[in-house]
Design a protein around this ligand. Sequence first.
Ligand SMILES: NC(=O)c1ccc[n+]([C@@H]2O[C@H](COP(=O)([O-])OP(=O)(O)OC[C@H]3O[C@@H](n4cnc5c(N)ncnc54)[C@H](OP(=O)(O)O)[C@@H]3O)[C@@H](O)[C@H]2O)c1
Length: 243
Amino acid sequence: MMIFPSKRCFITGGGSGIGRGLAVALARQGTRVIIAGRRIEALQEVCKANPGIEAYALDITDRSALVRAAIEVPGKFGAVDCLVNNAGVQRMHDLKKSMPLDFCDLEIDTNLRSLMSCTAAFLPHLLAQPSARIVNVTSGLAYVPYAVMPVYCATKAALRSFTLSLRHQLRTTAVRVIELSPPAVSTELHDYMGPKGRGIGIPLEEFVREAMEALNSGSEEIHVANAKNLFANPVESFARLNG
Ligand SMILES: NC(=O)c1ccc[n+]([C@@H]2O[C@H](COP(=O)([O-])OP(=O)(O)OC[C@H]3O[C@@H](n4cnc5c(N)ncnc54)[C@H](OP(=O)(O)O)[C@@H]3O)[C@@H](O)[C@H]2O)c1
């Protein structure tokens, strides 16, 4: 069986949810993993329970910290041949009411601008490896907006577009660019909705199983579960999702 060919992988937002699930699955296959996030206790908990995973405290919206990370992480842990841009935040906005512009900024900054900066910071190091990968975690909502989350969906659509351009520009290099598009998954992402938040989406284990199968098979366009349907039938899906 082929496995995802990464010796050392850096995952943003690896202290919870999808990032943690991918970190644990990759570590079990023998990839050394470094997980990054703001909550050091969450990162350390994952490391304690899973040999092969190490923690790096990082706020990806801090530009100078990102530049430092691209030097410090390979310096401390060794060469990195995979960057998983996974950290993200989500909110709902009623556009008829006053929009909290500062939170729009936070979504755009976290989900898009910081992800581009993280890619730019790590790219020289990745290009220096014999073979490397960048995995951008988008969403099924990159193809079909769920109108109650207008900013979130716009950031994911823009990230999908950026990923296509990045892949094209790097096509003659040894860096492969992968889009990993989840459906709704039960994680902390929806905790801002209150107790019903965790009831949304497929179980994390189910997501990780399908995502890892696709990563191990070498796919570069990965739409998991219902994200396939959103990608294939955007018009019908928009009506169903927003109906
Ligand atoms: N769950 C879903 O239904 C779903 C569906 C489609 C796509 N996705 C995408 O999957 C990715 C992971 O989300 P998830 O569902 O696993 O939610 P999650 O459990 O809330 O994970 C998000 C992670 O991002 C980290 N993060 C947020 N802001 C950060 C910052 N400024 N700097 C560093 N790390 C930051 C958080 O860690 P700290 O708070 O410790 O920093 C957290 O570990 C996101 O990009 C999300 O949009 C999720």
